[in-house]
Design a protein around this ligand. Structure first.
Ligand code: GLU
Length: 447
């Protein structure tokens, strides 16, 4: 295969969420696996709903995820190209003026349905004479413009779905230009794919029907269509669609909660595929494992519990150097290599370190049951002399055991709770040198 050229084409009308990030990621991984090119196209033909802030936001999100683009352009800069293509289609009689109002179309739809016929546009406007059209326009009716489908079957071999066949006689001729002269997404996308030399269109399966019409537009404009790959949509752990929850699954939200980009990309690259869901440390690694053949036909299940456990796994192996600035931003005391190496095992999200900062450096209140008070005070007197080291915990607990006869949970858990105020946490032998003698004694004596 020659080097593929792919594009991710979001509309800047909201934040990126896990659904569209998965599409971006699959495009990126495919391009990188094959030495190809990943282009970011901004689909901002809807000038009312598109905002610069959302555009900046999506560029920021992609950059944060590491999904860098080799090239980028915006549809709003290319209206002249769309005008040229529209003029060509009109000249060929493939883009025709229609004058029905929304109400009329709705009425026709209902009639067709009530007669048990598919609600396909009847092409009535195609029969209008020039005089009739001139009269309508003189009356102030502005046309919208439809692309005339061939009525044949459009077929392609989808890289995910296999052989596809769409009967265009069962579709309404798609509107390409609205009454106000603005373009819908359908034709500009084709014109851009032609001009950018796109070799593969990779997107969600909600676009399969669009592909039928778009392939015919490619042909009408004298080109063969790119290869197509339509990926199944995401569902939640409950088997329901994610549409209502996408706000909380936006990159802005996940980033604010402290998720690692590689947890998100590892999960999104693997769900719905024959590979196991496992954490990876680089996009290159994910790219080397990418293959359209691994993507199944069933919806891909996105479970936040999986995201959290991948995130924890990534944190547990994350070197201090890679994280020290973010630790410092959470709490300057957390930017300490020894601290990080000990507590990372107990963090699922980076901000979890805050709780351990309190345990290690703060004035955490000891957790001591009334009946353990004397025991803990006695243990305080047995704390070995000098600085606390990695050996202190075993020396100390041996001494306390010998002096009091306590063992097991009554010994270890009681001292852990007295020193950390917690029932769970990092290994005490590693934690003690961080807590240090002074704080340890103060906590034990506070019992
Ligand atoms: N802007 C379109 C969307 O977000 C792009 C679809 C495509 O990839 O062609 O759905």
């Amino acid at each position: 295969m020659t080097h593929p050229i792919v594009r991710f084409a979001p509309s800047p009308t909201g934040r990126l969420h896990v659904g569209n990030v998965r599409t971006a990621l699959i495009n990126w991984l495919f391009a990188h696996a094959k030495g190809g090119k990943f282009i970011l196209r901004i689909d901002d033909t809807d000038l009312e709903r598109s905002t610069k802030a959302y555009e900046d936001g999506l560029r920021e999100d992609l950059t944060w995820l590491g999904l860098v683009w080799a090239d980028t352009f915006s549809q709003s800069d290319r209206f002249a190209e769309y005008d040229k293509a529209a003029a060509r289609l009109k000249e060929m009689g493939l883009l025709y003026a229609c004058y029905e109002t929304a109400d009329e179309l709705e009425r026709k739809r209902k009639i067709a349905l009530s007669r048990g016929r598919p609600p396909v546009y009847d092409r009535a406007s195609l029969d209008l004479t020039d005089e009739e059209k001139a009269k309508l326009e003189a009356d102030g009716v502005k046309p919208h413009w439809r692309f005339k489908l061939s009525g044949n079957r459009v077929e392609w071999d989808d890289l995910v779905r296999g052989p596809q066949s769409i009967d265009t006689s069962s579709l309404s001729d798609p509107v390409l230009i609205r009454e106000d002269g603005s373009y819908l997404y359908t034709m500009p996308s084709v014109v851009d794919d032609i001009d950018a030399g796109i070799t593969h269109v990779v997107r969600g399966e909600d676009h399969v029907t669009n592909s039928g019409a778009q392939i015919e537009i490619f042909l009408a404009l004298g080109r063969t269509a790119p290869q197509m790959a339509h990926t199944p949509l995401l569902i939640g752990a409950d088997g329901q669609g994610l549409s209502k929850r996408l706000g909380s699954l936006s990159m802005g939200e996940l980033r604010a909660q402290g998720y690692e980009p590689m947890a998100i990309t590892s999960l999104l690259a693997k769900i719905g595929t024959s590979d196991n869901v496992e954490a990876r440390t680089s996009l290159d690694e994910l790219a080397s494992e990418f293959d359209f053949g691994k993507i199944g036909r069933a919806p891909a299940r996105f479970d936040e519990a999986d995201l959290l456990s991948l995130n924890a796994h990534i944190l547990h192996g994350l070197p201090f150097e890679d994280v020290k600035e973010r630790l410092a931003a959470i709490d300057p005391k957390a930017a300490d290599e020894a601290f990080w190496t000990v507590v990372r095992q107990n963090c699922s999200l980076l901000p979890d370190v805050s709780a351990w900062v309190d345990v290690v450096f703060g004035d955490t209140a000891p957790l001591v049951d009334v009946e353990d008070k004397d025991f803990v005070l006695q243990a305080a007197d047995l704390l070995p002399e000098g600085e606390l080291t990695a050996e202190t915990w075993s020396e100390w607990t041996n001494a306390v055991k010998a002096a009091t006869g306590r063992k097991g949970k009554g010994l270890f858990m009681t001292l852990r709770k007295a020193l950390t105020g917690q029932e769970h946490g990092p290994d005490m032998a590693s934690l003690m040198p961080l807590i240090g003698r002074e704080r340890a004694l103060a906590r034990l004596k506070a019992a």
